[in-house]
Design a protein. Structure first.
Ligand code: KE4
Length: 429
């Protein structure tokens, strides 16, 4: 095997010649935190190894999929076994049916689903379905929520869009953007106002039930229940975007945790165990409107491909078999508690929002409850903290507006090492 001895800087220089910004997804560029990206050679458990041999405790977790940790032995064996039997056929396989049956058993509101290849495809397809079945065109989203780079949803979007200051991306036709109404997360009045104005024109309301793309922002008491009622009263399709929360916050995702059932759910990340996958699902009367059983067209060459279904089935089997959610809660709680203690001791203005194994440390002295309060954070302070942690072998997501992810592979000692690094980093910044 040709051994690549190039450093991260060498690779970044070369990549920028042939890939926009040198990366295949903007948040990987480290633009938001300064410096240049670290190129990864391999990963195992909760650790990642860069091309120069440096080792980091990883809280990116591929932005969510790696809930079991990197290169989990059983998942890798399942994928390896499938590799020898072929990677894609363009014809149906039994594994697609098995994975769909597992999802329907785990996610309370899902009776039927379609597999796709990314979270973006899932939300794009769910939106088209909602518009197709209602005959309406407008959609409601929330400022700071990110649902992939779907044209209609790149309006006041979170994650990389806000990190790079393009929450409303060029290239999205104004006529299309004008069909997207933007409400304020945790503010039911802001939704009521839009519905009062456009009620019978609104096809769908899409929300991250726990926002993860402005940093972690939990739903306020009654918020999700309020959205459910508004949608019921106005014939609006309620879409929970659980691409990040699905299978992570509970077996059945946020809808199980908070007990509020959407009409459609979008999924991804954990569902593929790190192999590209997405899915959208819901009640049969909606999903049967999807081609070929219904008129709403949706398709994909690699949808439900054997590698993704092999990884997904094994991942979900392991999530169902283990007490991982209890372990995640213990270690994530220890991380939160330790960060609070150390940030307070260093007199750092901070807030921490956490739901299960999704956590964000905000550099601010104001509670973060929506996009406006999230944007008040001191992103320069976050950048300094990020670098100080990186230098001490801890890889945080390179943006203030992201969730950290704890995995089942993060043990007590990794949390302790992280907190030791944080103690010194708080002093340094
Ligand atoms: P993908 O198309 O990136 O697979 O999924 C889009 C998506 C949809 N919905 C939610 C709630 C999401 O969080 C995402 C993608 N999340 C970001 C991280 N915040 C992906 C990281 C990236 O863009 O590189």
């Amino acid at each position: 095997m040709k051994y690549d001895i190039r450093t991260s800087m060498d690779l970044f220089r070369a990549s920028r010649e042939v890939i926009p910004g040198g990366v295949n997804s903007p948040v990987r560029s480290f633009n938001a935190v300064g410096g240049s990206p670290v190129y990864i050679a391999k990963a195992k458990g909760c650790q990642i190894f860069d091309v120069e041999g440096k080792i980091y405790i990883d809280y990116i977790g591929s932005w969510g999929p790696m809930i079991l940790g990197h290169a989990n032995g059983e998942v890798m064996s399942a994928v390896a076994e499938q590799l020898h039997n072929g990677t894609s056929f363009g014809l149906p396989t039994g594994a697609e049916c098995t994975l769909a049956e597992m999802v329907c058993e785990m996610v309370p509101s899902v009776e039927m689903l379609r597999l796709v290849n990314s979270g973006t495809e899932a939300t794009m397809s769910a939106l088209r379905l909602a518009r197709g079945v209602t005959g309406r065109e407008r959609v409601i989203k929330f400022a700071g929520c990110y649902h992939g780079h779907v044209d209609a949803l790149l309006v006041e979007a979170g994650s990389g869009a806000v990190t790079f200051g393009v929450p409303n991306s060029p290239g999205v036709p104004e006529r299309l953007a004008n069909l997207t109404e933007v409400a304020r997360f945790n503010d039911l009045d802001s939704v009521e106002k839009i519905v009062d104005e456009y009620s019978d024109e609104i096809a769908a309301l899409i929300v991250e039930p726990v926002a993860g793309n402005m940093g972690v922002v939990p739903p306020a008491e009654g918020f999700l229940e309020g959205l459910r009622k508004i949608c019921d009263d106005n014939g609006i399709i309620l879409i929970f975007d659980e691409v990040m929360t699905g299978f992570r916050l509970a077996r059945g995702g946020a809808q199980e945790l908070f007990g509020v059932m959407p009409d459609l759910t979008t999924m991804g990340k954990v569902l593929g165990g790190g192999v590209p996958v997405g899915a959208f699902g819901g009640k049969k009367d909606l999903m049967t409107q999807i081609s070929p059983s219904g008129p709403v067209y949706q398709a994909g060459t690699l949808s439900g491909n054997p590698l993704a279904t092999a990884a997904g089935i094994k991942t979900l089997q392991m999530l169902n078999a283990s007490g991982i959610y209890e372990t995640l809660e213990v270690h994530s709680g220890e991380l939160e508690k330790g960060l609070r203690e150390r940030a307070s001791a260093a007199n750092i203005p901070y807030r921490i929002n956490r739901v299960g194994s999704m956590i964000t440390l905000f550099f601010t002295d104001e509670d973060v409850v929506d996009f406006d309060t999230a944007k008040k954070c001191d992103t320069d302070a976050f950048g300094r903290f990020f670098s100080a942690m990186l230098n001490r072998g801890v890889m945080l997501p390179p943006s203030q507006f992201e969730s950290w992810f704890v995995s089942g592979a993060h043990a007590e000692m990794h949390v302790r090492k992280t907190l030791d690094a944080a103690e010194r980093a708080f002093e340094e910044i």
